[in-house]
Ligand binder design. Structure first.
Ligand SMILES: Nc1ncnc2c1ncn2[C@@H]1O[C@H](COP(=O)(O)OP(=O)(O)OP(=O)(O)O)[C@@H](O)[C@H]1O
Ligand SMILES: [Mg+2]
Length: 325
């Protein structure tokens, strides 16, 4: 275009036929070159704006999603946990398919109740009902006699620490991931990490507590991620703990570290623990065996082992024979 302009304008000026003078033409060329860059940028900006609009639409769709679980208009704050959690005639189904039927269970304060059972029997679903990730379709969950559906979600979750196999971590520093949502000081964070057996590996990372851990903690190993989650739970110091499959994907060494951390975390707390490896729940005050969403057996480890032909006994013998470890 520029070559064309130069040629055409140049010819006009040189021939002297038109009224275009050399200075006008040069002025025009300078103006033209000045305008060219911003006009090009404007075109580029337009495509950015388009992309921004599309992305904005998608983000707003997520932001505007109405949560299914909401506070009732007259919801009250759940008072600090004192006596027991009771599941009374609990039923739950995802859509039509019933997943939990007639669950009656009491977890007294300070005790550990373990849930075991085959895959798909409804253990995680049951654990998800306590912090109100879902609400029961029948029956009640009572904490010290308060139906959790009548309490604010915030006040219910505030009293629970949840450690799952899929740790929920953010692309931020280790420090911020542990401190998440609390006003803890650096000393408190380090203290929690020590109890969670995480301090040592954190110190070996390039920037210690200020190392960025990547999306969902992708720069950490599974066991390291879990120990960060455990440190977070320790720091929040909740009276109720929910541990779902917390040690199933680990090698023996990191399982030992995580198990130690969990034992410290569970000390003098009220816990609901789900585990595939029965060895990790042997010391629970009560073990509840679920099958197809129903409680089929319950008791201590020794009581359950004594039940000849029971599901727990079968699961146990499969594991000790190394078939399901
Ligand atoms: N979000 C969901 N929507 C629909 N069905 C679901 C959903 N989550 C789980 N289910 C179904 O509910 C049943 C119980 O699942 P749940 O995750 O509670 O089992 P689980 O006992 O924790 O199993 P695992 O030991 O494998 O973790 C399964 O049949 C599963 O297919
Ligand atoms: Mg599960």
């Amino acid at each position: 275009m520029v070559a064309g302009l130069l040629f055409y304008g140049g010819t006009l000026v040189l021939s002297g036929e038109s009224e275009l003078t050399a200075s006008d033409f040069i002025g025009y060329l300078i103006l033209f070159s000045q305008v060219l860059v911003p006009v090009k940028a404007l075109g580029g900006a337009f495509s950015y704006i388009q992309r921004g609009l599309v992305a904005g639409e998608r983000i707003l769709k997520v932001v505007d999603t109405e949560p299914i679980i909401r506070d009732k208009p007259d919801a009250h704050v759940l008072p600090p946990f004192q006596h027991q959690i009771e599941l009374r005639n609990l039923q739950f189904s995802y859509g039509d398919q019933p997943v939990l039927t007639d669950i009656n269970l009491v977890i007294p304060k300070g005790k550990t109740v373990a849930l075991v059972g085959p895959s798909g029997s409804g253990k995680s679903t049951l654990a998800d009902l306590l912090p109100r990730f879902y609400d029961p379709t029948g029956g009640q969950i009572l904490i010290d006699g308060h139906d959790v559906r009548d309490c604010t979600i915030h006040s219910v979750r505030e009293q629970m620490g949840i450690v799952t196999q899929e740790s929920i971590l953010f692309n931020d520093t280790i420090f911020n991931n542990i401190r998440f949502n609390t006003e803890a000081t650096e000393a408190q964070v380090i203290e929690a990490a020590k109890i969670a057996n995480a301090h040592e590996f954190i110190q070996q990372t390039p920037e210690g507590y200020h190392t960025m851990i990547g999306d969902r903690g992708s720069r950490l190993s599974g066991g390291q991620r879990q120990r960060i989650s455990i440190a977070r739970a320790i720091l929040r110091n909740p009276p109720i703990l929910i541990l779902d499959e917390a040690t199933s994907a680990l090698d023996t060494e990191s399982e030992k570290l995580v198990q130690e951390a969990l034992t410290r975390l569970m000390h003098s707390r009220t816990s609901l623990v789900i585990a595939h490896r029965l060895s990790t729940v042997q010391h629970a005050d009560e073990i509840v065996v679920l099958q197809n969403g129903r409680i089929v057996e319950r008791g201590t480890h020794d009581e359950l082992l004594a039940q000849a032909g029971g599901l727990y006994q079968r699961l146990n013998s499969m594991q000790t024979n190394g078939m399901l470890v």
